[in-house]
Design a protein around this ligand. Structure first.
Ligand SMILES: *Cc1c(COP(=O)(O)O)cnc(C)c1O
Length: 366
């Protein structure tokens, strides 16, 4: 008898829940809503990107450049690495899967932290590998515990730095000493989706690290600071050896032509990206202060979102993240519920943040 119709492990995977689109909430509740739930750039893409895309539309009948030649040249120059070390993907999410496909065998172990990016366990499950986590330490990856958890079977370690959903970042020196201690046959993936939002003290010299430690892979994305989440574009800095392996498993035209054009234009317009980051950091400071004033605890963030503990100081009603999310949604503000008493709030435009703050204040006073 056939045991299962599906590849084993597939049905155990928890589907990603993207949250409701703004339009649906507006229709259901008959109110205007804002979404501060997916860590997108509220300023939108650079005007240069918009112009370039309009021109590129004319060539949509042609397959894209399967090697992303121009984008890789550009990135390599800026990052000080070899184009042969750069892999481009349909979002960094695709690169996470490709890395898994390139290194994992059934039964290998994948290591990460609890309360980290939801995609990591998926990669392990799809590859029939065994996903293990260690507890966090002060909302950050506990590198000591992570090191202690490495076994002979550990093949891949995922570190989100800064971390999603907690927003915390690791000190580069601590991370580098961890990297040095990890066995060379175990791949360390540094997922730096929020790199652009980190303060100087938390900026890793990761392109250099990849040269020194070939078992390090660094992932970055155009989805956050560059405002291109809808186009799906991410890149990885990897050893040439790993690059050749990933190249074998990726589909030939994994990055569409509009994404390539947009990525090039967005990367050239560093001034626009930096302006977005500056504004968001200003709001990060202001909004955190306002939430703290209301008696909530905000975990110090190195990203474009805040991780908030609703009950840490026991000054408010005992909210669960889920109940708080529901109540706030009814007021037209969509955030992201987290387990326990936590919520994650993306920093939006000043006006949106003010609407969010006002409604949170009303909620916790009611
Ligand atoms: C948003 C995010 C990404 C980016 O994913 P894309 O596929 O590039 O949009 C990757 N890792 C983490 C931890 C993130 O929060």
């Amino acid at each position: 008898m056939r045991v299962s119709k599906w590849r084993s492990g597939v049905i155990e995977i928890v589907p990603y829940s993207p949250g409701k689109p703004v339009e649906e909430v507006e229709r259901e509740l008959g109110i205007k809503a804002i979404k501060l739930a997916s860590n997108e750039n509220p300023f939108g893409p650079s005007p240069v990107v918009q112009k370039q895309i309009k021109q590129a539309v004319r060539e949509l009948s042609i397959y894209p450049d399967g090697s992303c030649y121009r984008l890789r040249q550009k990135l390599a120059k800026k990052l000080g690495c070899d184009p042969e070390q750069l892999i481009v993907g349909n979002g960094s999410n695709e690169l996470l899967i490709l890395l898994g496909m390139a290194v994992l065998n059934k039964g290998d172990q994948v290591l990460s932290s609890e309360m980290s990016f939801v995609v990591y366990p998926k990669v392990a499950q799809v590859m029939q590998a065994d996903f293990r986590t260690v507890p966090m330490k002060k909302y950050t990856f506990d590198l000591k515990a992570l090191h202690a958890a490495i076994t002979r079977k550990t093949k891949l370690i995922f570190i989100a730095n800064p971390n999603n959903p907690t927003g915390t970042a690791l000190a580069p020196a601590d991370l580098e000493s961890f990297v040095k201690k990890v066995p060379e046959d175990c791949l360390i993936v540094l997922d730096e989706a929020y790199f652009e939002y980190t303060d100087r003290a938390f900026k890793t010299a990761s392109a250099e690290w990849v040269k020194r430690y070939p078992n390090v892979a660094v992932l970055r994305t155009f989805s956050k600071a560059y405002g291109l989440a809808g186009l799906r574009l991410g890149y990885g800095i990897v050893s040439p050896e790993l690059m050749r392996a990933i190249d074998r498993v990726r589909e030939p035209f994994n990055v569409n032509s509009l994404a390539q054009v947009a990525g090039l234009a967005a990367f050239e317009d560093q001034a626009y990206m930096k302006k977005c980051v500056r504004e968001t950091k200003k709001e990060r400071k202001r909004v955190a202060k306002e939430l703290e004033k209301m008696g909530l605890t905000v975990i110090p963030s190195q990203t474009n979102f805040l991780f908030v503990d609703l009950n840490a100081r026991k000054t408010t009603l005992p909210w669960s993240g889920a109940a708080f999310f529901e109540a706030l949604m009814k007021k037209g503000v969509i955030i992201r519920p987290m387990p326990g008493s936590f919520v994650r709030i993306t920093l939006g435009l000043e006006k949106e943040n003010n609407k969010m703050l006002k409604n949170i204040e009303t909620l916790i006073k009611s």
